[in-house]
Write a protein that binds this ligand. Sequence first.
Ligand SMILES: N[C@@H](CCC(=O)N[C@@H](CS)C(=O)NCC(=O)O)C(=O)O
Length: 207
Amino acid sequence: MIELYTWQTSNGRKASIVLEEMELPYNVHPIRIGEGDQFTPEFTKINPNQKIPAIIDLDGPDGMPITVFESGAILIYLADKTGKFMPAEARKRYEVLQWLMFQMGGIGPIFGQVHHFKRAAKEQVPYALERFGKEAERVYGVLDGRLAGNEWLAAGEYTIADIATYPWVSRYDWQEIDLGRFPNVKRWFDTISQRPAVQKGMFIPPI
Ligand SMILES: N[C@@H](CCC(=O)N[C@@H](CS)C(=O)NCC(=O)O)C(=O)O
């Protein structure tokens, strides 16, 4: 059994989508980040960085419980555990890892800043809106170029790189991005949106 500590956000949804896709049994522990649940001593023991998502797999690699935080690490851990959504062949595996790292280091942090400065900041900061808005547009261009000649982001199949990227693109309205300008991203997004596991994973925990 896997214990999932999460909230309905882009990073949290990566973990719930992958668990649904892999059909692994899991219990959901809602961490209401707006209420500060991430700062409790109990949760800080699970993730010292005090952010969701995190998992505890009671049946870790050595049969003992293992805790994993950072959504990218969770995706890699579960892909290694199940052999799903990550090809075994080295060249393809590194392709998946590079697109996953692009999501973790590029897409997530930049889109996160766009969300913050467009929706949460107490004051309008034109410099930040311009800087992060432009970079988000550029990143959509990179994704669109990649998906122009490829059905999926990496390795010619649906992988944890797609699973990591989808919940961030699903906030295109928050980013004020017209997906029509990125037709390959739109085609990829619409295809993934049809997957039953994705439809379920996007609403965990139910709020
Ligand atoms: N790099 C981390 C980022 C996690 C993260 O930023 N989680 C957000 C929700 S999407 C969070 O827990 N925010 C609460 C806070 O910052 O206090 C990951 O990918 O897991």
